[in-house]
Design a protein around this ligand. Structure first.
Ligand SMILES: CC(C)(COP(=O)(O)OP(=O)(O)OC[C@H]1O[C@@H](n2cnc3c(N)ncnc32)[C@H](O)[C@@H]1OP(=O)(O)O)[C@@H](O)C(=O)NCCC(=O)NCCS
Length: 393
């Protein structure tokens, strides 16, 4: 079996998906995606777009301006039409699935170079837009239990995650994300792109919009649940509605060596797992267990985790159930903050957390050996992927 390594990864800033406040409110999602494709080839002049075997792209909601978006964004960038594109739909894990499809194709020798990407603009194409739930599904699950917020409330109750712990997690997520932003950590992955401030002033967007640098525990304490009467999950402990795009360049390791390209992480394996859609947030528990069992590894063998923070409740339930951590602040989980602060553009996040993990290993945590990225997804799909730091002897 051949080996797949990450040559590079880029993303746009994650911005508010809001018609008045979003910095990318007048940028189309395909334009965000074209911008990250452009950046990949500008940053890696040894690789020509025509040498790419195929482009995978994850998008949770493939409707409207996100319908076949990989093809449109690729062609709109003036890239060769001889390169095939493939949209992947698996709700939130879509972007991670795109990376895994590319990695597996490289490993079995179908091609040497792939682009894997993810994109979502939750303003232009809102969650569950045009989704037609099959009536027969409702024999098994109640419609009111299926929306994401309802699942977050159900997980909080089932796993006894209290509100204070959830808010503490959100607090640290914002703190770490802001610290990382101020220290310039995301500069290596964020592609500057023109947007506009709330008052219409044109700006070059170079940082994530959702981070609340002045977050306080008191500010969150008074918030009400938008999901359930008397519920415990609030806007403060939910990932916010976000827009963003991300892309990675993946390559056969031998080919990268031949071209003299640098890399750090090698794909070591992946797993998908399904679970009850009304408890979709606990999916990473099953995906991670399946992955580690197959790799004959244990939680203690993993040095660093990126666990997408869809909601504090499900993140804490997963971390506790897996025995990774009890409460924030965490040492080895989401070290530059997570989706509560950085945002969660559904189909983008699975790719984004791999890009961020790669950069954390390249800079702040050079000594780690094995790292895992994992996330849950609407309707009960979860993915986990294992990466090996090949620079660590
Ligand atoms: C929770 C949710 C409904 C809130 O949406 P919204 O009402 O549009 O709220 P916003 O995120 O714009 O925040 C509303 C207000 O809450 C307050 N707020 C949010 N987080 C806060 C915090 N940490 N501290 C203090 N105030 C906060 C602010 O006043 C904010 O408005 P402002 O930033 O414009 O001043 C929405 O973010 C959501 O649905 N999130 C989940 C998305 C999802 O399901 N993703 C898929 C997961 S699998």
């Amino acid at each position: 079996m051949r080996e797949c390594v990450i040559i590079d990864g880029v993303r746009t800033a994650n911005t508010r998906a809001h018609a008045q406040k979003g910095w990318f409110r007048n940028v189309r999602p395909d334009e965000m995606l074209t911008a990250v494709y452009d950046a990949l080839f500008e940053r890696n002049p040894k690789i020509k777009a025509e040498d790419v075997e195929a482009v995978y792209c994850g998008t949770a909601n493939q409707a409207g301006s996100q319908n076949d978006i990989a093809r449109w964004a690729w062609l709109a960038g003036g890239f060769p039409d001889t390169v095939a594109t493939n949209g992947i739909g698996q709700q939130c894990p879509s972007g991670m699935a795109a990376v895994e499809h590319a990695a597996r194709a490289i490993m079995v020798g179908e091609g040497d170079i792939y682009v894997a990407s993810g994109v979502e603009d939750m303003q232009k194409v809102p969650m569950m837009f045009a989704m037609d739930v099959p009536p027969r599904v409702l024999k098994y699950y109640s419609m009111e239990d299926l929306p994401m917020g309802a699942t977050a409330e159900k997980v909080a109750e089932a796993y006894k995650v209290n509100r204070l712990d959830m808010e503490t997690m959100a607090y640290w997520s914002h703190k770490k994300a802001w610290e990382a932003t101020q220290a310039g950590k995301f500069k290596q992955e964020i592609v500057p792109l023109q947007g506009e401030e709330e008052d219409g002033t044109k700006i070059v967007v170079e940082r994530d919009q959702w981070i609340r640098e002045n977050i306080t525990m008191e500010g969150m304490a008074g918030m009400k649940s938008p999901f359930k009467e008397g519920g415990v999950v609030t806007a403060g402990t939910s990932s916010p509605l976000t827009a963003g795009a991300c892309a990675l360049l993946l390559m056969d390791r031998a080919k990268a060596d031949k071209l003299g390209l640098d890399y750090t992480l090698k794909y070591a394996g992946g797993a998908m797992a399904g679970c009850d859609p009304t408890m979709m947030g606990i999916g990473p528990i099953f995906a991670v267990r399946k992955l580690l069992e197959r790799m004959k590894m244990a939680i203690k063998d993993i040095d660093l985790w990126e666990l997408n923070e869809a909601f504090s409740s499900q993140s804490l339930a997963c971390l506790r159930e897996l025995g990774i951590a009890q409460n924030a602040p965490f040492d080895n989980v989401n070290v530059w903050g997570g989706a509560l602060a950085l945002g969660h553009p559904l189909g983008e996040s699975g790719a984004r957390i791999i890009v961020t993990l790669n950069n954390i290993v390249k800079t702040d945590r050079k000594d780690v050996k094995y790292v895992v990225a994992t996330l849950c997804g609407g309707m009960g799909n979860a993915n986990a992927s294992l990466w090996e730091n090949v620079k660590k002897k």
